[in-house]
Design a protein around this ligand. Structure first.
Ligand code: AHN
Ligand code: ZN
Length: 332
């Protein structure tokens, strides 16, 4: 099913168009939540989430086998511990398409670790070693800064961790920061058969940190920080976990975030939720930005030198983070 991964995103996304989303509107045109809904989750602080994104970016690109990667990995472990999680680091050598051995670290923080009912939240923390979508070919071999592509999902989940410590939910929660997601074969090279994306999640899903690991469902956050970002119902997510999609999209709408969580089918995207679905059978979905105005379907700065903090919006981080928190706290 997952072939020619270099082009899968563009191919599927190109056939997909965004319709106008018409939710509840005030007289100012601003969407608002239906009056009847009372949120039960504690507040997600977008300033705090933004600062965690900024901090990751301040290390520089987080490419495996670099000092910046080591420093940021240490920071993520320290933060999860500070937020009261039980932290396990899965260190593994992973071979890339060019046979480079990446010193990878999947970083796992757990809450209510003895609870059998669990929700899995994940994002990738590594950044792409090449900017192969940069309009200037001179930049192609430079690494991506990854404010949106990497840091945004991790930043939201660090803020989720901070909130979980303040008030434990009924269910167990595992937060995983996957490494080595973003080292697929560069577009300027000949393809190398195999799935070279998502190596960290491929490894974890075959060797989970707890043997026999299971969760009720999983939620992947990928590129969740762009201003006015829209998230469509990604095709693999719908195939493996349509009920999880509906739970999240309906919760977002009730919270007043329907303009971000659009009730529309998106493309099929190879991402960390695939190995979790196929190897572990944990029904998992991908909250991933879809931008109809670009050829990739992602932000215009995707895999370029421009994926920096100027493309990160507190309002978007809030919409995603509060929705994830609400879903987690509603789970019994
Ligand atoms: C592909 O480009 C094949 N999938 C998107 C996975 C990804 C890359 N997410 C962030 N960077
Ligand atoms: Zn990427």
């Amino acid at each position: 099913m997952i072939m020619n991964l270099k082009n899968i995103c563009a191919v599927f996304l190109s056939g997909c168009f965004l319709a106008c989303s018409c939710g509840n509107k005030t007289t100012t045109g601003k969407p608002e939540a239906p009056i009847s809904y009372q949120k039960i989750s504690p507040d997600f602080n977008a300033d705090s989430a933004y600062s965690y994104v900024d901090k990751q970016v301040s290390f520089g690109p987080r490419v495996p086998n670099t000092k910046e990667h080591v420093e940021c990995g240490d920071y993520l472990v320290t933060e999860l511990k500070r937020f009261g999680a039980d932290v396990i680091e899965q260190r593994v050598d992973l071979k890339a398409y060019d046979e480079t051995v990446m010193k990878a670290r999947n970083i796992i923080g757990s809450y209510n670790k003895d609870n059998d009912v669990r929700v899995l939240l994940f994002a990738h923390w590594d950044t792409r070693p090449v900017s192969d979508r940069d309009p200037n070919p001179d930049n192609h071999r430079n690494p991506v800064l990854g404010a949106n592509d990497g840091a945004s999902g991790v930043g939201v989940l660090l803020e989720v961790a901070r909130v979980l410590q303040q008030q434990l939910p009924s269910v167990g929660v595992d937060i995983i920061f996957f490494d080595a997601e973003d080292n697929g074969v560069p577009e300027f090279m000949d393809d190398v058969p195999g799935n070279w994306w998502c190596l960290g999640s491929q490894h974890w899903s075959k060797n989970p940190h707890v043997s026999g690991y299971s969760a009720r469902y999983g939620i992947l956050l990928d590129m969740v920080g762009a201003p006015d970002a829209t998230f469509l119902k990604e095709e693999f997510s719908m195939y493996y976990a349509s009920e999880v999609i509906e739970k999240i999209w309906s919760t977002a709408r009730m919270l007043g975030y329907g303009k971000h969580f659009v009730d529309k089918k998106g493309g099929a995207i190879m991402d960390d939720h695939i190995p979790v679905n196929t190897n572990l059978n944990v029904p998992s979905i991908d909250i991933i930005q879809y931008d109809k105005s670009t050829s990739s379907g992602f932000g215009w700065y995707w895999h370029t030198q421009n994926d920096d903090m100027s493309n990160i919006s507190k309002a978007t981080l809030k919409a995603v983070g509060q929705t994830v928190l609400e879903v987690v706290y509603k789970e019994k």
